[in-house]
Design a protein. Structure first.
Length: 115
């Protein structure tokens, strides 16, 4: 059974930085794309960034140049370095892994950016 455990969320002032981490267990995921989504109340969950097993990454336009995604295949982990955070980045951030036919999310970690 797949399990994704996120950590690193919290409260930060605008302009600050946070780093989110996600550990995957239940199988080896070195060949699976992994990434991060975020969601605020009343809005759809949106893709923030994802990274393939080979290291190719993509970002939402809203975070390009500020966020950086990385992974460690040996440790089944994916990280999201978030810099220059803004109040609009406030959301619950979910780690995600692409499995055959579906995207699986973790439980989420809250990120709050104060102005």
């Amino acid at each position: 059974q797949v399990q994704l455990v996120e950590s690193g969320g919290g409260l930060v002032q605008a302009g600050g930085s946070l780093r989110l981490s996600c550990a995957a267990s239940g199988s080896a995921f070195s060949t699976n794309t992994m990434g991060w989504y975020r969601q605020t109340p009343g809005k759809q969950r949106e893709l923030v960034a994802r990274i393939t097993s080979g290291g190719s990454s993509m970002y939402a336009d809203s975070v390009k140049g500020r966020f950086s995604i990385s992974r460690d295949n040996a440790k089944n982990t994916v990280r999201l370095q978030m810099n220059s955070l803004q109040p609009d980045d406030t959301a619950v951030y979910y780690c995600a892994i692409w499995l055959p036919g579906l995207v699986y999310w973790g439980q989420g970690t809250q990120v709050t950016v104060s102005s």
